[in-house]
Design a binder for this molecule. Structure first.
Ligand SMILES: NC(=O)c1ccc[n+]([C@@H]2O[C@H](COP(=O)([O-])OP(=O)(O)OC[C@H]3O[C@@H](n4cnc5c(N)ncnc54)[C@H](O)[C@@H]3O)[C@@H](O)[C@H]2O)c1
Length: 286
C-alpha cells in the first residue's frame, strides 16, 4: 500500500486523542479543521498541540517548524464548519454512542460524496454507529493509540458494509502518518482492546486473590514476556473507570469471561481511577 496524506482532514473533538490525531495529520502535511465545543476548548487544544510540537521539535522529530505545522490547523465550534472537500473526517468525542452517532450524521450532511468518515471509538460497534449514516459504505473505525504522535499503530476496524476503496484510502493515510496498520473485522473490543482488557482483568483478579503484589505481576509480564509495560500500570494509565466501562461492554457482548472483578468496581467507586486521580494500583504524584 503506497503512503498518502489527506489534503484536508477534519477531527471532531480535540481531547487527548483528537488533539493527537490532528497533530499527526498536520505534521504529515494535511490542513486540519478541529471541531470543539467552544472557543475556550479550542484554545486549550491549540495550546496542547503547540506544547507537544515544541517537545517533538526539541527531540528533532518534526519535518517542519512547529509554527508552520500549527498554521495548518483551523478551529471551528460546530461540525457545520467542516470543509466540504475534506478527504477524511475522524470523530474523537467521548465514548458515548448517541453523541457519536449524532455528530457523524451531522458531519455527513456537510461533507462531499468523496469524504471518508471514521470513528476513533475504542470499543463501540462500528456497524451500530453507522446506522445513523446515509452511506455506511464510506465509514470505518480508525482506532488510534495514546499518545497518538508517538504511537506506531492504527487499528482499522472494518464492518462488512465498508467499501474496499475506502479501506484502501485509510490504509494509505495510515502509512502516510508513518504508522503500521492492523485490519480487523468489526467485533467487540476489536483486537487490541479485547486482548488488552482480558490481560488487565486477569491481573486484577490475581491481586484480588492475593496471588502477588501489583509490582510482581507487572514484572512478570515486562521482564518475563517483554511487554513494555505491565497490565496493572497500564490500567492506571488508561484509567480504571475507562477500563471498567469497556469490560462491562465486553461482558455484555462476549460473555462471562469479561465480567469485571469486584476489586475494579470497588476502586472506581472509591475514586481510585489511576494516574488521573493520583491513585490506582500504584500511587502517582506527578
Ligand atoms: N484516551 C485513550 O487512551 C483512547 C485511546 C483510543 C481511543 N480512545 C477513544 O477516543 C475517543 C475520545 O477519547 P479522549 O480520551 O480523547 O476523550 P477526551 O474527553 O479527552 O476528549 C473528548 C473531546 O471531545 C470534545 N467534545 C465533546 N462533545 C463535543 C461536541 N459536541 N463537539 C465537539 N467536540 C466535543 C470535548 O470537549 C473533548 O475535548 C473516545 O471514543 C475514546 O474511547 C481513547
Amino acid at each position: 500500500m503506497s503512503a498518502a496524506v489527506p489534503r484536508r482532514a477534519g477531527v471532531i473533538g480535540g481531547g487527548r486523542m483528537g488533539a493527537g490525531i490532528a497533530q499527526s495529520f498536520a505534521t504529515a502535511g494535511a490542513a486540519v479543521t478541529v471541531v470543539e465545543q467552544d472557543e475556550a476548548a479550542a484554545a486549550k487544544v491549540r495550546e496542547r498541540i503547540a506544547g507537544s510540537l515544541e517537545r517533538a521539535a526539541g527531540r528533532g522529530l518534526l519535518p517542519a517548524a512547529p509554527e508552520e505545522i500549527l498554521g495548518r490547523l483551523a478551529f471551528v465550534g460546530d461540525v457545520a464548519g467542516l470543509p466540504a472537500d475534506a478527504d477524511l473526517v475522524v470523530e474523537a468525542v467521548p465514548e458515548n454512542a448517541g453523541l457519536k452517532a449524532k455528530l457523524l450524521a451531522a458531519a455527513e450532511r456537510v461533507v462531499g460524496a468523496d469524504t471518508v468518515l471514521a470513528t476513533n471509538t475504542s470499543s463501540l460497534s462500528i456497524t451500530e454507529l453507522s446506522a445513523s449514516l446515509a452511506r455506511p459504505d464510506r465509514f470505518l473505525g480508525m482506532h488510534f493509540f495514546n499518545p497518538v504522535p508517538a504511537s506506531a499503530l492504527v487499528e482499522l476496524v472494518v464492518p462488512e458494509a465498508t467499501g474496499r476503496a475506502v479501506v484502501d484510502r485509510a490504509l494509505a493515510w495510515t502509512a502516510g502518518l508513518g504508522k503500521k496498520d492492523v485490519v480487523v473485522k468489526d467485533s467487540p473490543g476489536f483486537a487490541s482492546s479485547r486482548l488488552g482488557v482480558a490481560l488487565g482483568l486477569e491481573a486484577i483478579r490475581m491481586v484480588e486473590e492475593g496471588v502477588a503484589a501489583p509490582e510482581a505481576i507487572d514484572d512478570a509480564m515486562t521482564l518475563g514476556y517483554k511487554h513494555p509495560m505491565g497490565p496493572l500500570r497500564l490500567t492506571d494509565l488508561v484509567g480504571l473507570d475507562v477500563r471498567l466501562a469497556i469490560a462491562e461492554y465486553l461482558h455484555r457482548t462476549l460473555g462471562e469471561r469479561f465480567a469485571p472483578p469486584a476489586l475494579l468496581r470497588e476502586k472506581v467507586a472509591r475514586g481510585e481511577l489511576g494516574r488521573s486521580s493520583g491513585r490506582g494500583f500504584y500511587t502517582w504524584d506527578d
